[in-house]
Design a protein around this ligand. Structure first.
Ligand code: SF4
Ligand code: SF4
Length: 487
């Protein structure tokens, strides 16, 4: 059978493509909704206020507590400063986040998706703005069904304007993590920000507006890989939003005064579907689309209160406990499972490694590059001179003075081109100052009598005169050796 685009069907005539149905979630009250508001306010406050936190690092350094300074190639996290080659700290943070997510998922199911995922948080915020302007579920449905009018246009325009304001604040806040926040705000509003800054603000404004305003639950259902991955972490002991079908079925409409005998508690009011941000029916069982927000629990509890039945027809529960209740047994929650313990152990291990690595983080590093052309220079008096480029990384915010000495070349003289001083005995050395949070680059010359061997290993030693922190670098002093002497 030939299948044309637009009417794709399988051989039995069932459409293979289901058009998107717009979801109009109704507002709901209850303890879970209040908890979600609290988490939302906390997450948004952390995000929007994060770039405004200050941290004093001295006059020559940025005072933003959370900052990724791309031009200077530094990442700042309060007192921690990450250099480009220390990106493994960020990798460690990502690993910690991933394992933490595994642990949380194995314990409490999709709590991340339902409460703290940015897509959920911003969609909730956009929905709040939408309700404020267009009204609750039924008013929004009616508005969408209305013919275009000035009043409808005004409401729609107001909603999109509000969405764009939120999206711009979100995109702007994101860019503030890469720039000094007060300076960026000033530059943006005086039209003196760079094209890159405006470009990134526009990019993140656009993605926030599209994902939280238009795509909403489709991001969770079709775009996000996490629901598929976490299916592998869920078992009968994982907490999930559960419809207690053994209590609710057989469902049916119920009139005040009717008997509850021979029927379930579900009165098929569909309140649980009306409040669901993904528009699903939890009574069909656990579904990929369910983000575990629990709003259907609040909606159903409200109904149960109204009809005088016990709350908890829909509840956070595990399959194992639900099955025990169904059998009339006392449910027991198996909190400590091997998988949970493994996740917790790995989490503690990685956190410990990260903490120790940060506590022992060196603030002084040295690297040396020996001249290649020429490898050495023969001086008029027959002595040999080698040249090196020495780099000293000072990872502290203050300027430091380092003692540079050479070990293993007792008869050598040391000369630093940048210093206005004659060559000094290499073992005695000289001092070099390197500005805070910077790299000092020096041209270093070693001059020594001709030796028997063409290569003599030795060590550059750099020592902080104040703290005693020391870094070493093994190098080679090259010369012609005996063979060169015979030529
Ligand atoms: S079914 Fe319930 S828990 Fe799942 S997304 Fe819908 S409202 Fe949230
Ligand atoms: S809200 Fe409760 S009573 Fe109403 S349809 Fe859903 S499960 Fe049934």
């Amino acid at each position: 059978m030939m299948v044309r685009a637009g009417d794709a069907q399988d051989q039995e005539g069932i459409p293979l493509f289901a058009p998107h149905e717009k979801v109009y979630p109704r507002s709901v009250r209850g303890p879970i909704r209040r908890l979600k508001w609290a988490v939302l306010i906390l997450c948004l406050s952390l995000y929007y206020l994060g770039p405004w936190l200050r941290w004093d690092r001295g006059p020559a350094h940025p005072n933003q507590a959370l900052l990724i300074d791309m031009p200077a190639r530094r990442a700042y996290f309060f007192w921690i400063e990450i250099w480009p080659h220390e990106v493994y700290y960020l990798a460690g943070l990502l690993i910690l986040g991933a394992i933490g997510l595994f642990l949380v998922t194995s314990l409490w199911g999709r709590v991340w998706c339902g409460y703290t995922c940015p897509q959920t948080v911003w969609t909730d915020l956009f929905l709040w703005a939408e309700r404020l302007i267009e009204g609750d579920r039924m008013q929004r449905i009616r508005l969408d069904q209305q013919k275009l009018s000035a009043a409808k246009l005004a409401r729609k325009a107001a909603k999109h304007a509000a969405w764009l304001v939120i999206a711009a604040a979100t995109g702007g806040a994101w860019v503030m993590y890469f720039n000094d926040a007060p300076a960026l705000v000033h530059d943006v509003f005086t039209l003196s920000a760079s094209t890159t800054q405006y470009g990134f603000i526009a990019l993140f404004t656009g993605t926030t507006y599209l994902l939280a305003g238009w795509a909403r639950e489709q991001v969770c259902t079709y775009m996000c890989p996490w629901p598929r991955i976490q299916s592998a972490m869920i078992d009968e002991d994982t907490l999930a939003v559960t419809y207690r079908s053994w209590r609710g079925e057989p469902r049916g409409k119920h009139k005040k005064g009717d008997s509850w005998r021979g029927r379930g508690d579900c009165i098929d009011c569909r309140a649980c579907i009306a409040v669901c941000p993904t528009g699903i029916d939890i009574r069909d069982g656990l579904q990929l689309e369910c983000i575990g927000c629990g709003l259907c629990i609040d909606a159903c509890n409200e109904i149960m209160d109204k009809v005088g039945r016990p709350q908890g027809l829909i509840a956070f529960d595990t399959d194992a406990k639900d099955a025990a209740r169904r059998r009339g047994e006392t449910p027991r929650h198996r909190f400590l499972q091997p998988r949970t313990l493994v996740y917790a152990a790995v989490l503690v291990l990685v956190a410990t490694i990260m903490t120790v690595a940060l506590a022992r983080r060196v603030t002084l590093e040295v690297s040396v590059l020996a001249d290649r052309a020429p490898l050495f220079v023969r001086l008029a008096d027959g002595a040999i001179r080698d040249g090196y480029t020495l780099k000293i990384e000072n990872k502290r915010v203050e300027t430091r003075v380092f003692a540079l000495t050479v070990r293993g070349l007792a008869d050598a003289l040391l000369h630093v081109a940048e210093l206005d001083e004659p060559p000094v005995p290499a073992a005695q050395g000289t001092t070099l100052a390197v500005r805070g949070d910077g790299i000092g680059t020096f041209r270093v010359y070693l001059q020594a009598p001709r030796r028997d061997e063409p290569e003599t290993p030795f060590t550059f030693v750099v020592r902080d005169a104040k703290s005693g922190e020391t870094a070493q670098y093994d190098a080679i002093f090259r010369g012609p050796g005996q063979q060169g002497a015979r030529r």
